[in-house]
Design a protein around this ligand. Structure first.
Ligand code: HEM
Length: 167
């Protein structure tokens, strides 16, 4: 996923999100949840644009030791022009479609799902809520934290924390 060779200028509406652009690599993600064993993972994240008022993204995680591809996500982060209001439209390889909304404030984004679609043959427990924060820790470090709620575990609890370095 990359913008065309002659990259168009960033849409004005995206200026509040320009700090996300680029490729980021996390070498030591930490995952947990009350119903599973703690785990570590790696993840590469890309944010790109084609001149429209939305960012395209991919989140590709891999096994901490073997590098085997694991959880993957692709989608769009849209901004309501002239506002700080965001919408995340995301497909996940586990068969979930996530529609989240939230705000960008400085170099921090908070998002919460209002709609989660799943396959008719998805495994239980079903994901019922996803909450994400993205924060620019410093010029080279981006952090993502994910909490989720499932049909078996509510309210939302921590699932993922990871810091990425700019590639
Ligand atoms: C388990 C959802 C991202 C690794 C789970 C479970 C759910 C879930 C519902 C099962 C929990 C249970 O059995 O009670 C999600 C959602 C994600 C996400 C909604 C994104 C928003 C990731 C990522 C990784 C990951 C990026 C990185 C490797 C795992 C692992 C398990 C797990 C290792 C345990 C699997 C097992 O014990 O069989 N996740 N996940 N997840 N997730 Fe995630």
């Amino acid at each position: 996923m990359s913008a065309s060779p002659a990259s168009p200028p960033l849409h004005d509406a995206l200026k509040p999100l320009s700090w996300l652009l680029g490729t980021w690599r996390g070498e030591e993600g930490k995952g947990d949840y009350p119903t599973i064993k703690d785990f570590k993972y790696k993840e590469e994240v890309k944010f790109d644009h084609v001149g429209q008022p939305n960012l395209e993204f991919s989140f590709c995680s891999s096994h901490y030791e073997t590098g085997k591809p694991l959880h993957r996500e692709k989608g769009f982060l849209k901004i309501q022009p002239g506002t700080s209001h965001l919408a995340l439209v995301n497909t996940q390889n586990v068969g979930i479609v996530e529609l989240s909304e939230g705000e960008v404030k400085g170099q921090e984004i908070t998002l919460e799902s209002h709609t989660i679609g799943r396959m008719t043959f998805g495994k239980d427990p079903a994901v019922t809520k996803i909450q994400r924060t993205f924060r620019l820790v410093d010029a080279d470090t981006l952090e993502q934290v994910v909490h989720m709620e499932t049909s078996a575990t509510a309210p939302a609890q921590h699932h993922l924390s990871i810091q990425y370095k700019k590639v």
